[in-house]
Design a protein around this ligand. Sequence first.
Ligand code: GLC
Length: 798
Amino acid sequence: MKYGYFDDQNKEYVIEKPDTPSSWSNYLGSTRYGAIITNNAGGYSFFKSVAQGRFTRLRFNAVPMDQAGRYIYIHDAESKDYWSTSWQPVAKPLDQYKSECRHGSAYTKISSDYSEISTETTFFVPLDADYECWSTKVKNKGSKRRTLKLFTYVEYGCNWNAGDDLNNLQYSQYITNMNVVDSIISHASNVNLPEMPDDFEEKDQARYTFLGAVGVEPVAYDTDREAFLGPYRTYANPIAVEKGQCSNSLAKAGNPCGTLQFEITLEPGEEKDFAIFMGIGRAEKEGKAVIEKFANLELIDEEFNKLKNHWHSKMSQMSVQTPDSDVDSMLNMWSQFNSLMTFFWSRAASLVYSGARDGLGYRDTVQDMLGVMHAIPELVQERLELMITGQVASGGAMPVVKPFAHRPGFEKEPTPEEFRSDDALWLFNAVPAYVKETGDLDFYHKVLPYADKGEGTILQHLRQAIEFSIKYSGAHGFPCGMLADWNDCLELGQEGETVFVAFQLRYGLKTYIEICELLGKLESEITWAQAALEKLDKNLHDHAWDGEWFLRAYRDDGLKFGSKENDEGSIFLNTQTWSVLSGHASEQEQKSAMDAVHSELATDYGVMLCAPPFVKTDYKVVRAALFNPGLKENAAIFTHTQGWTIMAEAMLGRGDRAFDYYKSTLPAAYNDRAELRQIEPYVYCQSTISKFHPLEGASRLPWLTGAATWAFYAASQYIIGIQPDYHGLTIDPCIPSHWDKFQVSRQFRGATYQITVTNPNKVNKGIASIKLNGEIIAGQCLPLCAKGSQNSVEVIMG
Ligand code: GLC
């Protein structure tokens, strides 16, 4: 079934049927003021941290899953009928109530049409603002005069600390203090304590938000949830809305809410515009300033356009036109926007992530950069440097870096039991990708502190990552699994070894050698790395091959994972793909391993993480056994890994298969059967349930996932084949043979390249010729062109 469509022109996903299988959400704002909004205006807002700065409330995993939210109720003064400007929460019958939700780049527009009244509300956070705006139009489409009473609703947290707000009720229910100052609602908690705005770990401090209106004059208010809703009622039928009158309640404890009541009269055909602003700060200061600033409603449109242009220009650094419109919808907007939001919010803020994973998990964060490098290189640099200072002097990394609390030079080194073996090695993906995008070769020489003590150039940081992996290696010469090795569920023991990280280490060594060659005068480093690489290759050759594919790991007592000897989990995906990505495997091994992936792990909905699932295996061997077969790490389609699968097939030149894999987890490809996947057809998710479970195809945990970044990276660099390189832009597509032509527009280091690729001989891979501005070039790397220049590139495959 179809609930909506992609409006590619406007970079929007349009939901026409509001009763989606789950709440389909979007993100507003930035890492200062962030917000989640669903197709029914549910969701929450937070400042800096979703765990420590959540000032509106969402009860996670409640029924429905997205309430409360940002609601506007309408009460008809004559008929006494009432509804909401989003279908939920009043939920009028859908044969009478029409709605449309347009999710766009950091904004959402929700419109409604009911009882001859139409509304449209645009929700967004202006650039660099610490407040959100709900810009609303209400129109009388009928032929008689209408008098309408309007009510806003947000439900506040009592404490910005989300855990305390929901759990520590004996405290949090006694600390709020609501006021209304010059018609602006003031929401305050802990008012008798000092404010400590820079200390986000301190939950016991005074904090303030405001909610006010422009374009309409409030006639009444409620700030006490119980007074507004009434006992035994829900958001669907608040007593104040039913009666058409607020009671001017001021919550001095208990549960606060933000309701302003307005009255508007509309002649036939008349339209009224107004806006609600909610934000951080005191009503009398920041609130008043915002309301005064937007007294002229036209400024809202200006701010809105600024925001839209901001994100559209970031994403238009790369755009494509291919024979496949699903690919275009994803690559030109949603795959990029998904990667951006994942970069911003890591694994902290969504309808599933409630802030319990606050801060930046090392491995995920370093990978999340890859999909946004071209769009926001300055922010990537800042984040990358932060993460590099999260590496300790011994070369391992802190599992989590908290941007609002991190103190390089003063952090405690994790114990060997706390390290994850893969964390710091992801720098070999992110650092060169940053330098290749920007051309900033000096970045390798930049000196940054380690988390615990001392400092080193970024090149030295990279070397330390290698040293760390070598130091903590086991009996077969592979890095130890430690607490986890990308897969959080393998229990290898402290001395157990991971073949996956061995491949990562090989990739690291290969990359380190390339960097040293590039920088020059580093022969001794090259010799050192070369020797380590040869030794590792020998160990991999002797101990990692299982006959048809590569093993996954050795437990510390020698038990193998991912071997034919195992009844369960006899093949794992990641070591097959990384045997190719790392450059270790011979051609024959690569083909054999990737063919085994195809025969043992590939399904219509993507490639499974391992198979067969763990049913009899003790959870102490692999914690995946805690999940039912076909779920998460227990043989689901763990989408984070799909990009590597696509890349490996593309490296083998098998473009049809690479593309089949890409399409099998492409969200847009499920738009016409969205009920199957259940989640948003415009975003990636952590996993899709596999054939070992009755809900095969259903997908879980949308938005914040490594799948976003790797899907974009794999598609743009390995299928479309536009790869930033140190000295230019390499063109190396690997496409399905039925594609006869595609176009790419890419901005790279200030120049624009308009690239047209034709495929007259229906090949998957291979370049017959490349012309840059009419001149044939040698090789596949476009030289750098002048900043500001427009360049046409004609590529013929063959
Ligand atoms: C989750 C984690 C990620 C991990 C993966 C596999 O996605 O966020 O860090 O690699 O699970 O266990």
